[in-house]
Design a protein around this ligand. Sequence first.
Ligand code: NAD
Ligand code: DAU
Length: 349
Amino acid sequence: MKTLLVTGGAGFIGSNFIKMLLENEQWRIVNLDALTYAGNLETLQDIDDPRYVFVKGDIRDRETVESVFATYDVTRVIHFAAESHVDRSIVEPDVFLTTNVLGTQVLLDAAKRHWNLRPDDKHSRDYSEGVKFVHVSTDEVYGTLGPDGLFTETTPLAPNSPYSASKASSDLIVRAYHETYGLPVNITRCSNNYGPYQFPEKLIPLMIQRAERGETLPVYGDGQQIRDWLHVKDHCVAIWTVAERGRDGDVYNIGGNNEQANVTIVRLILELLGKDDSQITFVTDRPGHDRRYAIDNTKITTELGWRPAYTFDQGLRETVDWYVTHPDWIDHIVSGDYAHYYDKMYAKG
Ligand code: NAD
Ligand code: DAU
């Protein structure tokens, strides 16, 4: 059986991805995750499958990464692991650079060494059949849009936050490993995801949780910033489609043509919870706040035949319902209990 390395599989998108793949494909999956504040093993506790292996480790640690490649004979990587929250990057940029940029380079090096047929020859561009490194990036690398236009794969990179700058840097090092060493790679750039198991620091789960508790709902600035929302399961299918059929070295934008203003989303959540707008509070804007993101998905839809399955109406309804019916998952995060899960489950002795 072939082995897939998923990095950051205890996070929001990675965990949804692992569950999807175990259901639909015959791969062994090694989940390498450092379990930062954003990694939560409770999300994966219902997996009971010998094809799934969890390794606690940091992508910046060469020894760990090398050992994972050697031990499990990894032939494909889906690289999710990252610091992912823009607001945190404004306060604490350093870890965004070390994890998102340097961590990515450590993984690329290991992939190159294990997959190249003559690893000691700097001119060798021959790799084992079928290997692939998929780098999961973001539409934020393109910066911000005015009222019109869409991000295409050739839109110049113009990141505005330390988070998006670190992701753009990682995209460039992935590209360089393809151009210089011929490493088979793809880069995906997706718009905002929503769905189950998202850490409640991000807009949608934060607002659901605070609305339910009767707390204020902090909308940044005028709330008219636009994001292009996609259900996480649609994103996961798109990533696997690229992994299977993407052209080596290519970038694929992923998005579902679903632009919404932030305050509209907050109002929709309140409506679904049967509440009025009185909890909404407009607060000081995020520094460097990008005004609008919108993805042109022509390439992935026409070349690879991917299309989103969820409508926003159905996806948001199901998502609100999921958070309402999984109060323990949220409560453990808020209380910090989730962070002790690893010690409880994996403690020796
Ligand atoms: P997340 O913050 O929920 O999860 C990140 C995971 O990476 C966590 O499990 C964390 O423990 C792990 N991690 C962090 N640093 C690590 C390190 N040094 N070594 C090993 N593991 C580490 O993030 P997410 O929302 O699931 O995003 C996953 C990826 O998708 C990121 O690369 C992000 O840039 C990208 N992305 C996210 C969105 C979105 O809307 N959430 C959209 C487009 C792209
Ligand atoms: O576009 C893809 C990106 O989407 C991913 O690369 C990032 O990892 C992911 O975090 C997300 O970034 P955003 O900054 O767009 O997501 P966030 O949920 O933090 O915010 C969405 C919008 O809502 C943004 O315009 C800021 C606003 N916002 C957010 C929070 C947390 C508020 O108005 N109030 C809030 O409290």
